[in-house]
Design a protein around this ligand. Structure first.
Ligand SMILES: Cc1cc2nc3c(=O)[nH]c(=O)nc-3n(C[C@H](O)[C@H](O)[C@H](O)COP(=O)(O)OP(=O)(O)OC[C@H]3O[C@@H](n4cnc5c(N)ncnc54)[C@H](O)[C@@H]3O)c2cc1C
Length: 428
């Protein structure tokens, strides 16, 4: 006979956001079923996702409270400084950063906060392992993967889903964490605004001969931002430390195939031409490169009958502000808080009142950030001389205004706005 199971919450998508959400709810005592169409062994494979994520201070606090940070801390490199500049092609004096730049240092917020880093760079492979391990360890999470939905029916009274193996699942709420192409979003008829930039991000781990000192570099080149983000050191065959940074190189789509076709030496030479010499000699670490076509996407609403969207199912943005996962984790913290508060009052956790509270809380916050990210991406993927001069002067001006700098830094650290309890480092 086919299996039938009742849970409080059903999550579609067990990526970094979906599993973090399941952990938050399970820790608060709820029964959760997570369904993902991908085999978790693929997510654990180093070759699956070569990206690293900049984890803002607020996200790190949430991960810590959820017991997830412990599983990834050894792969986390602190960000102590951020250097933003207009870059030029060429090495030495001709290439690298322009003299006008913006420099954020953790010591500038230390007086108000403490001496902790601005955030951390963590390999996605380590984040994926940490969330999968924790989800597997929690008895209240039933992770079904690989598994496919055959049918999902959402009615005012609840959700019933049938998986392709015949299992029937019943829940009060369906949470869609099934990424940018979300089937559940489409099935609910939720429209999206999508903007293409004609850009693709080339991602790789880069080894360099000089230490990065915890500095995250973002150079703005005519084709788009070129970022080198500090990673933990590795060791070579002799045990000598090997300094590493994570590359996110945004390039015009038509040029990407040629860059990907270069051999390792040719690729390293192109990196050096774009970044300059400040980290010494650059080379490709681990021999792999990945590409991610970039666009911006925002769902016109985050909720429907017994449905809430979180993470990339609700919003996708170009990596210029390193905010996608951070916003997804804020969605996790806010929706989990709305659900847990309702449950403590004995209310229906999938009711329209609970969902509307979530949408009011998160959508406005995300709209502001998405608009800012879109403007920044356009402003900094442009080589018109007047635009270039203005942004150079703007960077230099902000650099000389400590209160404005502190404002930007607190935003980047995810410490501004109506913060959910988890993001403040409190339990649910
Ligand atoms: C180049 C690049 C660099 C980035 N850098 C940063 C950064 O530094 N900091 C940051 O905060 N963000 C960054 N981001 C954004 C971040 O990576 C994403 O926001 C994040 O990965 C989204 O996670 P998610 O779990 O919402 O979606 P996904 O990772 O897409 O997960 C969706 C899951 O749903 C599953 N799924 C899909 N369809 C179905 C279905 N029909 N049924 C069941 N399961 C399904 C998939 O198998 C998958 O496991 C970057 C993005 C890019 C492209």
């Amino acid at each position: 006979m086919a299996e039938a199971k009742d849970a409080e919450i059903l999550v579609a998508g067990g990526g970094m956001v979906g599993l973090a959400f399941a952990v938050a709810l399970a820790e608060a005592g709820l029964e959760v079923v997570v369904v993902d169409c991908m085999d978790p062994a693929r997510q654990r494979d180093e070759a699956f996702d070569g990206r690293s994520s900049a984890i803002a201070r607020g996200s790190q606090q949430a991960l810590q409270v959820l017991g997830l940070w412990q599983g990834m801390a050894s792969a986390a490199a602190p960000i102590l400084d951020i250097r933003i500049s207009d870059g030029r092609l060429g090495t030495g004096r001709a290439g690298g950063a322009s003299a006008l730049h913006l420099h954020f240092s953790h010591s500038e917020v230390a007086s108000e906060e403490d001496a902790r880093p601005l955030g951390y760079i963590v390999e996605n492979a380590a984040i994926r392992r940490a969330v999968l391990d924790r989800a597997r360890a929690l008895a209240r999470i039933d992770l079904r993967a690989p598994a496919d939905f055959a049918e999902v029916i959402r009615r005012p009274g609840g959700v019933t889903a049938r998986l392709s193996d015949g299992t029937t699942l019943k829940a009060c709420l369906l949470v869609a964490a099934d990424g940018r192409g979300s089937d559940q979003r489409a099935a609910a008829g939720i429209k999206v605004t999508e903007i293409g930039y004609g850009q693709t991000a080339i991602v790789a781990t880069v080894a360099h001969s000089l230490p990065h000192g915890g500095v995250a570099h973002e150079h703005f080149l005519p084709s788009g931002p070129f970022a080198l983000l500090p990673m933990t050191d590795a060791a070579d065959e002799t045990g000598k430390p090997l300094h590493r940074s994570s590359l996110v190189w945004t390039e015009r789509r038509e040029l990407v195939a040629a860059m990907m076709a270069l051999d390792e030496q040719g690729f390293a030479a192109e990196l050096q031409r774009r970044f300059g010499d400040s980290l010494g000699e650059l080379s490709l670490w681990g021999g792999r490169r990945w590409t991610h076509p970039l666009s911006l996407l925002h769902a016109e609403r985050y909720i429907d009958t017994r449905l809430a969207l979180i993470g990339d199912a609700a919003h996708v943005m170009p990596p210029i502000g390193a905010q996608g996962l951070n916003l997804g984790l804020r969605d996790v913290a806010a929706l989990a808080e709305c659900i847990v508060d309702a449950r403590r009052l004995g209310l229906d956790v999938g009711s329209a009142t609970v969902l509307e509270r979530y949408q009011r809380w998160r959508r406005l916050d995300n709209v502001a950030l998405i608009a800012a990210t879109d403007s920044l991406n356009r402003l900094f993927s442009n080589d018109l001389p007047p635009v270039r001069l203005l942004r150079d002067l703007g960077l230099a001006a902000v650099n000389r205004m400590p209160p404005l700098k502190r404002f930007f830094m607190r935003h980047a650290m995810g410490l501004v706005g109506d913060l959910p309890r988890l993001v403040k480092g409190e339990t649910l």
